[in-house]
Design a protein around this ligand. Structure first.
Ligand code: NAD
Length: 518
């Protein structure tokens, strides 16, 4: 049996040795989930939504232990674990408990020509779905998918990252403690191989959050069975700072946007594009504020920046920093690891050739931000859009309507004006990207619709309107003539439309008299 050694990334201490799920068990896990799902789908949406409030209560009861667990396994400060992961999940439960039943109720479609009939959309669960998540937000990211997934009536096989499986196990326990049926959520433990096995077993849909490279593999594998996928992938998110920005505000926004969660956020600001007239002042301000941040393990008390969670990510930092140093980039701070390599000193990098370097173009996913400048708004927009990713972009300005005009030109799933990062944790707003960041949305009504099949139901408005449609068989010359005349009513000119009425009425009369089919 293969095992995982789960470590505290800030200390290297082994937290637990864990057996991986045996890939031969996956089929029976699906079968069990399918049995549970069939019963769960019969529970009214309102009742499912009420259960989310019990889950919310459980999260509040366990908040301190959970913060501790997240901080130990992922390396982030306890405050970030509590606010950005657990509180955001409490908000998720609150929003979807209230809005879920409204979002999922039947939705009527206004009819155009066929006024005697009515149509509506009816939502029904997908079945057993698979959720695969990364290590950077090991609690909030799966909670988003699981809360929406069970509300919509699905059962879920959930694979947390192999770097943070203890939080994954805890999530299943929390749902069960809150009264959700056993087997509705099953945590599967293991690495990418077990993730791939989950997809081979044909889930109703795959919800994947992770890197572009894995996203491509997943889409390829899912295509064998035409399994639908939702992909939330990487980012290299730009922040445009306009010349009119308040510098104190802009530097504080950049500081939190680039360095919260040690920059290990898909929505982290990794590129700052600042107007050349304020660039030097901006850089000096950011540098000064960065110097006040404290970095360390959560055990050392109140730190602002935690450890680097994933050992392999350090290779990315190392190679990007080395290239930048070799090519003469200007390091305003950081650029090196702590002696034990558990922490990367928060890094600001700039310089004339910055836009040619990997550190500016490729996802870093760490406490590193690259700064460049612009002269005109067109140039800022062009620079922000010059990326294979399109998750989040931010604009900092005193002129909000000007910021909005720029926002509408940015190729991103979300643009925040005078804010950074945080809408990823808002349950009421959609989250997702364009270009190689993937597709599909999570959170909000749009996100919830990703978890259901849509059934269109079309019916007569009343039994008085049940008659054979005139386009049914058999076809006749009068039928043709009547319809041909009818098309004249679509003319742009009212004169031509009115002129078409008598011949149409005459044909219709004959049609009804000679061939009384309707
Ligand atoms: P990753 O792609 O290496 O792994 C993510 C998950 O996929 C893990 O659970 C892993 O075990 C699993 N996996 C790996 N190979 C697989 C395969 N062949 N089949 C099925 N599952 C497989 O990513 P990571 O290093 O854990 O996370 C970092 C990445 O996640 C970054 O690129 C970041 O931008 C992205 N991310 C995106 C969002 C978003 O909302 N867009 C949010 C958080 C993180």
């Amino acid at each position: 049996m293969e095992t995982l050694s789960v470590r505290n990334p800030a200390t290297g201490e082994v937290l637990r040795e864990l057996a991986q799920t045996d890939s031969r068990e996956i089929r029976s896990l699906y079968e069990r989930a399918s049995e549970v799902q069939k019963k769960w789908a019969l529970v009214p949406v309102k009742e499912r939504a009420r259960k989310l409030l019990d889950l919310r209560e459980t999260l509040i009861n366990r908040i301190d232990d959970l913060s501790e667990l997240i901080s130990n396994e992922n390396g982030k400060p306890r405050f970030e674990a509590m606010t950005n992961e657990i509180f955001a999940s409490i908000e998720l439960c609150t929003y979807f408990a209230a809005q879920g039943p409204k979002i999922l109720r039947n939705e009527s479609i206004p009819m155009g020509l066929m006024k005697h009939r009515s149509s509506y959309l009816n939502y029904w669960p997908l079945g057993v779905i698979t959720v695969i998540t990364p290590w950077n937000y090991p609690f909030l990211l799966p909670m988003g998918e699981l809360v929406m997934g069970v509300l919509a009536g699905n059962a879920i096989l959930f694979k947390p990252s192999e770097i943070t499986p203890l939080i994954g196990i805890k999530i299943q326990e929390l749902f069960e403690e809150a009264g959700f049926p056993k087997g509705l959520i099953t945590t599967v433990i293991g690495d990418g191989k077990i993730g791939a096995t989950l997809i081979e077993h044909k889930p109703a849909k795959v919800f994947f959050t992770g890197s572009v490279a894995t996203g491509k593999k997943i889409m390829k594998a899912a295509s064998d069975n035409l399994t639908p996928v939702n992909l939330e992938l990487g980012g290299k998110d730009p922040m445009i700072v306009l010349a009119d920005a308040d510098l104190d505000f802009a530097t504080s926004a950049a500081l939190w946007g680039a360095f919260s969660n040690s920059g290990q956020i898909c929505a982290s600001i990794e590129r700052i594009i600042v107007h050349e007239s304020i660039a030097e002042e901006f850089k000096a301000g950011l540098q000064a504020k960065l110097a006040t941040l404290r970095q360390g393990s959560s055990r050392e008390g109140n730190n602002d920046l935690g450890a680097i969670t994933f050992e392999k990510q350090k290779d990315v930092y190392e190679s990007q920093i080395k290239q930048a140093k070799d090519r003469g980039a200007e390091f305003l701070s950081g650029g090196s690891f702590s002696a034990d390599r558990c922490f990367l000193r928060p890094t600001i990098v700039a310089g004339k050739n910055i836009e040619e370097l990997d550190i500016y173009n490729e996802e870093t996913f760490g406490p590193v931000v690259a700064i460049t400048t612009f002269k005109s708004v067109d140039e800022a927009v062009e620079k922000a859009n010059r990326s294979k990713y399109g998750l989040l972009a931010s604009v900092i300005t005193r002129n909000i309507s000007h910021g909005e005009a720029i926002a509408k030109r940015l190729e991103a799933g979300t643009v925040t004006i005078n804010e950074v990062v945080y809408t990823a944790g808002l349950p009421e707003t959609p989250w997702g990207g364009v270009k190689e960041t993937g597709f599909g949305r999570k959170h909000s009504a749009r996100g919830l619709y990703e978890f259901v099949n849509t059934r269109h139901i079309h019916k007569p408005k009343s039994s008085l309107f049940v008659f054979k449609s005139f386009w049914w068989f058999p076809y006749t010359p009068f039928q043709y003539a009547t319809f041909r005349q009818f098309v004249e009513f679509y003319r742009n000119s009212w004169f031509l439309r009115i002129r078409a009425f008598p011949p149409w009425a005459w044909n219709l009369l004959h049609f009804l008299k000679r061939e009384p089919r309707i």
